[in-house]
Structures are given as structure tokens and as C-alpha cells.
Design a protein around this ligand. Sequence first.
Ligand code: ADP
Ligand code: MG
Length: 276
Amino acid sequence: MIKAENLYFRYTEGEAETPFALNGVNLEIKEGEFVVIIGHNGSGKSTLSKLMNGIHTPTEGRIVIDGIDTSNEDQIWEIRKRAGMVFQNPDNQLVATIVEEDVAFGPENLGLPSEEIRHRVDEALDTVHMSAYKRKAPHHLSGGQKQRVAIAGILAMKPKCIIFDEPTAMLDPSGRKEVVQTIEHLNKNEKITVIHITHYMDEAIHADRVLVMDRGKIVMEGTPKQVFSKVDELRALGLDVPQVTLVSHKLKTMGYAVSDENLTVDELVAELCRLS
Ligand code: ADP
Ligand code: MG
């Protein structure tokens, strides 16, 4: 679905040469995968996500989305149709004054017939469980609801892949939960390839694969169990691990025979029961 080869990117600020924000990224994401990207602030996560749907094009190297090289400027709408993006602030993504009009905005720009647009809007709102709000004004919704409407707007374009750049960062715990469940549903049931950038480690535990970025590079990669068992390495990169993993790690360093690959409360409890 996505393939990046030897990818470098630097922002230009007037004449000044800024350091590389992406520093040689190689990456392959398969269709249907659920990939989480973590990394401290400034490690290049948002920059990488913006190269994944052609908002930025590489300074060096290349990135191909569903067979289309993003440097190919006349294919930009083909790329955006295939790879949608959801950002941190839902308020910046909602453009219309009525929910259903907002969701219709993308397909309208694709020039689809109005019957098809109506169908897609209803389907997308249904998928994110927001049909009951279709005639409401977005500014009356909670943060989690707004973000789900933003997701519906992307779904109405029928993308194969959605890139989420910290979509839960501005939400309260219940809004976060709604959005995380929606993302997981899209991957499992709608078979959409998901790239989810987050700084909440517990949002990474159900991923197929976790990528860790540092200084514009992917420095660790593996299943959640493989990555989060490396507690000390992650800490050296300025990152936390899920709380259950941390407790397991502490117990292990205290001499208890506990695996440090526990990610969920149930897994840890099962191990502790076995010990006692
Ligand atoms: P992250 O999303 O992991 O926090 P970013 O991709 O936003 O990281 O940033 C990577 C690097 O690029 C940082 O050094 C940041 O300061 C720089 N950067 C990001 N956006 C811009 C911009 N619009 N102009 C110049 N530099 C930028
Ligand atoms: Mg960012």
C-alpha cells in the first residue's frame, strides 16, 4: 500500500537550509495492516505522514502510494482519494455548518453524482455511528463526535488507507475511546489500511506493527510485544511504555519470573496468578 525508499525531506525557510526532518526512511506498509508510529516531539512523524498523501514531496528518495509515486503532481487527487488524512484538531477539519454537508464535501469535490454522494454520506455517518447527528451543527458536538465526523468525511472518499496524525491528542478520555474504537473498526471490519500516529502508548497495543521514530529515522520496529518489551531503549528515546508493560518490567527487575511482553491487564493478571 505504501512504500518509501531512502526518503529524505527538509523544510525550506526562505533561503535557509533547515536540517533534514526525514533522514533516510525506508518503509513498507501492506494492504490491510494496522501500523502505529510513535516517537518524541519533533522526531518527524507528522512530516512522514504528510509525505504519505502528497502534502509534501520528497527532497530525496521516493514514496509510492498504491502504485503511484507522490512526486507525480498530476496524480495528486488520485493519491488523496486513496490515502486520507485525519489530523489532531477536529475544528480545523470541519468546514460546513451541518454535519452531513461536511461529510459530503470530499465526494462533491470528486465530482460524483448527487445520488452517489448521498449514499456515501449516509454510509460513512453510519460507520462512525453519527447518523443521528446528520442535521446538527458540528460546533454543538463533543470533541470525539467532531473527530468521528471528520473521519466520516474521509470515509466518504472511499480511501484504501487512512493516516491518523494524533487524532486523540485533544480529546477527553471518553472521546479518545470513541475515536480509537472507530479506528480499530475501520481496520478490522472495513479492511482499511491504518497508519496511526499517537503519543498514547496504550493506543499502540492492538497494532500489527509499531514503528518508532527518532531524529527523522525509523529506529525500532516490530510487534507491540517486541517493541514495548524494550523498556530501557524506549526510555532512552524519551518514550513511555504502556503501564502494564512497565509494571511487568519492574517486577522482572525485582527478580520475579514475569515476562516483559505483557500488554494488557488480563495478560499480567494471568501471569501473576501462575506465580502465586
Ligand atoms: P513530530 O510530528 O514527530 O512531532 P514533525 O514532523 O512535526 O515531528 O517535525 C520534524 C522536524 O521538522 C522538527 O525538527 C520540526 O521542527 C521540523 N518542522 C516541522 N514542521 C516544520 C515547518 N513547517 N517548517 C520548518 N520546520 C518544520
Ligand atoms: Mg506531529
